[in-house]
Design a protein around this ligand. Sequence first.
Ligand code: C5P
Length: 237
Amino acid sequence: MEKGKLLYEGKAKKVYATGEPDLYWTEFKDDATAFNGKKKGTIQDKGYYNNQISAILFQWLEERGIENHFVKLLSDREMLVKALKIIPVEVIARNIAAGSLAKRLGLEEGTELSRPVLEFCYKSDELDDPMINDYHIAALDLATAEQMQGIKKQAWEINQLLTKRFKELGILLVDFKLEFGLHKGKVILGDEISPDTCRFWDAETKEKLDKDRFRRDMGGVEDAYQEIYRRLKGEGN
Ligand code: C5P
């Protein structure tokens, strides 16, 4: 397998062609951005941790029936994935009020929601990823009703599976973002699942173990990413 030409460079990852049309070579960067690129920095070894954490979670989900783009690890910071045509809808699942939801609805951060919430955002840097609903998705032809039905079903299932998995590790899965894409006509999970895209709180101390430490200048960012990786590898909490 060869690392071909650079197809796309995002804020956190680079995507390269491979010799195979159905496979991409992705490289996780240490670059960190927040507030849609308005805050920039570097988190040491973030690329390594996000690659490894995503690989563990994608593999674990695949074993539980959630098909996703992960194929195999290629190096510390690189993974081979199935080539997806990304659906430009970010799917956010929330179990506890935090971040933009807490702000928008005037809830204290940490308020338990009576039931989980799913939100959709239009993936657009220029527009700051505005929140949209099923009607907007249909009106803008971002996804078909059938595709959205499949996406919601998978998102609920992923939330249930991951919430339970992280609970066993002494971690609250507060909220997270997923992206889906089309591979050979089928909608499957893509992107990454990492402390960049999830809010993780220590179940006992409520300490933040995710990118909010960077967003809010709290320090201890690298340690937080390392801690999530350590617990997922089974090194206790
Ligand atoms: O900022 P907000 O509270 O809406 O974020 C909800 C969740 O989605 C957080 O876990 C955040 O890390 C994730 N997210 C993301 N990429 C975005 C927006 C949110 O990973 N563009």
